[in-house]
Every structure is written in structure tokens, then in C-alpha cells.
Design a protein around this ligand. Sequence first.
Ligand SMILES: Cc1cc2nc3c(=O)[nH]c(=O)nc-3n(C[C@H](O)[C@H](O)[C@H](O)COP(=O)(O)OP(=O)(O)OC[C@H]3O[C@@H](n4cnc5c(N)ncnc54)[C@H](O)[C@@H]3O)c2cc1C
Length: 306
Amino acid sequence: MRLDAELLSYLADTRQVTVRRDLPLSTLTTLRIGGAADLVLSPCDGGAMLRLLDLLSLSDHPFRVLGAGSNLLASDGGYAGAIVLTRRLDRISVSGSTLRVGAGVSLSRAANAAREAGLGGLEALYGIPGSIGGALAMNAGAFGCEISSLLSVATLYDPETRRVFVAAPDELGFAYRTSEILASRLVLISAILRLTPRDREEIACRMRKTLEMRERSQPLGYPSAGCVFKKCPDGRSAGELIEALGMKGKRRGDAMISERHANFIVNLGGASATDVLSLAEEARRAVYDAYGVLLEYELELLGDFL
Ligand SMILES: Cc1cc2nc3c(=O)[nH]c(=O)nc-3n(C[C@H](O)[C@H](O)[C@H](O)COP(=O)(O)OP(=O)(O)OC[C@H]3O[C@@H](n4cnc5c(N)ncnc54)[C@H](O)[C@@H]3O)c2cc1C
């Protein structure tokens, strides 16, 4: 793919951005699946990220932003474009009862930093293997807490208008597992979370309980991308509907509907993206035939699936 001269010269400055070519997406996603991406770019901080996004937008080069890759099914054919990693946007600072976090900070690291500062609020999200950027984009949630409820201000970049702006939560269209960030492909650079002063021991105890509940209910020993489907519009759990149809343990190649949680598809070792998608489609069809409910994907697809 042809790169604009200005973009090429920026990429040559390895202090700002590390560049890898033809890197398998299986190394960047928690499902451990996916063919090669043409380019994988990792800017060193928020400033480098903004410059890079601006050059990519200006040159009309296709790109996708990737956090921890824990909500993605990447195509076996990979991605013809640039993957922009947020991992090095990893700064955390505390001020009063707020936590400022870079987009690439993991939810677990943010929760640990908050605990050390005696700030509660993130305990229920502890153990979700995503980044702040990915979590805010899809409004991640668990055990009755959605991350949008903790957001005070977000700093974002809009590739359409090439504008950097700050937004309050009510401007970002947060709803169950979605947001305007995701819908309009905005890029989160950093966020300020408003937390609650709380006893450190109590926070630690809540975090431990969250992890215990995750370990009991989720197949954490295998690569996965979390829940494949959103819950039904009437509130019924997709996993319970799939389980009631006796589909736990069903396989396509090395992709399997988890025995522990029927809304998880796990990779037993050599699963392809096609295996995962065709198994998910089989479950979706079976639920539709039995209950008349068309499940909506929570998992996102990256690359071409024909
Ligand atoms: C074992 C396991 C358990 C899980 N449990 C839960 C759970 O309890 N609750 C839950 O909600 N989810 C859960 N998930 C799913 C996943 O961890 C979350 O959705 C997480 O928030 C995704 O973040 P990420 O950084 O991995 O995003 P990625 O998978 O990297 O990206 C997901 C989407 O977000 C976009 N994105 C990433 N970073 C940014 C950014 N900086 N700005 C704009 N867009 C961005 C990407 O472009 C993509 O569209 C689980 C996953 C696993 C593997």
C-alpha cells in the first residue's frame, strides 16, 4: 500500500512511532486468531498518537485503532491497512478523587492505581482484559457497573474533521455496549474518571470478589474474546438461550462453545476466524429458530469476512 511522503517520513522517526510490517493479528488479540496486518504502528505517547492519526487521516490511509484486542475477531486474511496501537499511551495520574488515564492503560492497572489512592468505583470492572480506550468505546460493564458511569471528561480525535476535542459523557451517546466513539470511529486519547474515596481494604476485598466471580463463571484458561453476543433486547441472557439448546461443547475445528459459559467461544489451539464465525452463526441461527430472537454481536470483526 502506497504511503504519503509526509507519513513515511514521520514513520522513519522511530522515537515517535515503532513500525512493524506484516505482523500477525493473532499476536495482538486475546482470541489468538488473525492473519497479518500490513502495518502495525505504536506511537510513544498522546502527542505522537495525534500526529500519526492526523497524517493517516490526511493521506486517506485505512487504519483501525486497537487497544488490548480483547473484543475482536480478526480475519484469517489479516488487515490491509494500518493498525494503530494505544498500548504506549499508558500514563496514570491521580488528582483528588479523579484518575487521569491514557487510552492504553488496562482496566486492571487503572483499578490497582485507584485502590492505591483509596479511590473506589472500578472494582466491578477489575479483570476485564481491555484498555480504557476499548472499554469506553464499547461501554464495557460487569456486575452492574458500566465504565461510562465513571467518566468525567474524555479527550478524543475525530478522523473525519481532524479535530481534537474534549467531551462530557452526555455528548458521547453511551448505551448498552456501545457509544458514539464506536459508531463514529472517534479515537479516545485519554480520559478523566471520577471515583469515590473509599477504604483501601474494602476496595481490595471487592476486587478479589470480582476476580473470584470471573474465575467461577468464565473459561479463563483458554483464549477468547469474552461474550460473543449482547444480551437480548428483552434482557434475557444470550448464554442461557444457547445453553438451553444444548450447544455447550459444540465445535467447528478448534473453536468451541465453552462448557463453562455458552456465550464464550474459546480457541482450543488452532481455531481460524472462519471456524469461530461459522460456529457463532450456527448458535445465532439456532436461537433465532427456537426463540425468534436475532442475537446481536458484541464481538467486533476486524478485516474482511466474505
Ligand atoms: C476473558 C474476557 C472477559 C471479558 N469480560 C468482559 C466483561 O465482563 N464486560 C465487558 O464489557 N467486556 C468484557 N470482555 C470484552 C473486552 O475485554 C472489553 O470489551 C474491552 O473493553 C475491550 O477493550 P480492548 O482494549 O481490548 O478493545 P479492542 O478489542 O482492542 O477494540 C475493541 C473496539 O474498541 C475500539 N478501540 C480500542 N481502543 C480505542 C480507542 N482508544 N479509541 C477509540 N476506539 C478504540 C477498537 O477500534 C474496536 O472497535 C471480556 C473479554 C475477555 C477476553
